[in-house]
Design a binder for this molecule. Structure first.
Ligand code: ACO
Length: 320
């Protein structure tokens, strides 16, 4: 049997920091409100496009894997903030890396995109169709936020994360994953004009529209159900898990999920305080940081759970 081993990981976090106190200088909000409701203290703001951040994260992942760009046969970029729709972000990354032999496409499942990409890439490797795949989650959400709307402006940040998956005969990588979409709840989160904003310069026109408490309820329910399916398929339980790496949209939501899944807080990876919600980038950034900080080690079993606009949802069991 062929598996898809994680051989590289990397991240890109723009250096410019925007704190809650900075936001309170131009919005009717406070550090106290943002911290207590969301767990976010600060976020990063990028002055370059999504593909630039994606490429930096990809280069770090290639270096960790000890691969050259030419070794790649597929690049998937999960994003909902593409610099432009055609050509896609993945082709820009392919060009910047010089990965001449790779196919390249974008995938948009909102904040769930990275796990969706990992699911698809793993299946492609397991069937033998591809051998070395670069998957990326990259977002420049600061570009589509309406900075006069406190409800959404305080929640998001920019960043990118990447992973290299390679064919292996060892039972490692994404051993089980379930992705789904609760389309009855399509309307609880939408972004008007979430397209081609760099080219058409849609600054300030796009409108995040969401019903936070409805998302909260449905996200927890969807992720908990997906995690249960993964445990059922693998025959594993929470006791076998070394870490939970969830999508970082709200600390209270993560705490709630961890409690439902019975994962203790010292095994739950949380970095939302530093970066806010970076949508498809939260999972690969959190993985790369967890590796750097020694929170996860080779051989560990990691459960991941994500949700995003759609409402898309998913969970996966990763053996590193
Ligand atoms: N600063 C100060 N006050 C604020 C702010 C702010 N930044 N934003 C909203 N408020 C006010 C509201 O106007 C409201 O005031 P009112 O009671 O006078 O009407 C009050 O705070 C409460 O607002 P709620 O929206 O009910 O606050 P809630 O506790 O639900 O928190 C939040 C909102 C953080 C979005 C939460 O619902 C949540 O995390 N939901 C799940 C994740 C989510 O929806 N993320 C955004 C979509 S992205 C995704 O990941 C799918």
């Amino acid at each position: 049997t062929t598996y898809a081993e994680i051989t590289g990981w990397g991240k890109c976090l723009p250096p410019a920091v925007l704190t809650n106190d900075d936001l309170a200088t131009f919005l009717d909000t406070s550090d106290e409100w943002i911290t207590s409701r969301t767990g976010i203290s600060e976020r990063r703001i990028s002055h370059v496009g999504t593909s630039e951040m994606a490429t930096v994260a990809a280069k770090n992942a290639l270096a960790a894997a000890g691969l050259e760009a030419d070794d790649l046969d597929l690049i998937i970029v999960g994003t909902c903030t593409a610099d432009e729709i055609i050509p896609n972000v993945a082709s820009a990354v392919q060009q910047k890396l010089g990965a001449k032999t790779a196919a390249a496409f974008d995938l948009n499942a909102a904040c769930s995109s990275f796990l969706y990409a990992m699911h698809m890439a793993t299946q492609a490797i397991r069937t033998g169709a591809q051998k070395r795949v670069l998957i990326i989650g990259a977002e420049r959400l600061s570009r589509i936020l309406d900075w006069t709307k406190r409800e959404s402006a305080v929640l998001f940040g920019d960043g990118a994360g990447a992973m290299i998956l390679e064919a292996s005969d060892q039972p490692v990588g994404l051993l089980s994953s379930h992705i789904s979409c609760d389309a009855d709840a399509r309307d609880v989160l939408s972004v008007d004009f979430g397209l081609s904003f760099d080219r058409f310069n849609f600054d300030g026109i796009m409108q995040f529209d969401f019903v936070g408490q409805e998302i909260f309820k449905r996200a927890v329910k969807g992720m908990n159900a997906a995690v249960a399916k993964v445990f059922e398929e693998t025959g594993m339980t929470t006791d076998d898990v070394d870490a939970l790496i969830p999508h970082q949209a709200n600390k209270r939501l993560i705490d709630h999920l961890a409690k439902l899944c019975k994962v203790p807080s010292d095994k739950t990876v949380i970095n939302i305080q530093n970066y806010g919600n970076t949508s498809s980038a939260t999972l690969p950034i959190a993985f790369a940081e967890a590796v750097e900080q020694g929170l996860v080690k080779p051989g560990d079993s990691i459960i991941s759970a994500v949700f995003g606009g759609g409402l898309t949802c998913g969970a996966g069991l990763i053996r590193w």
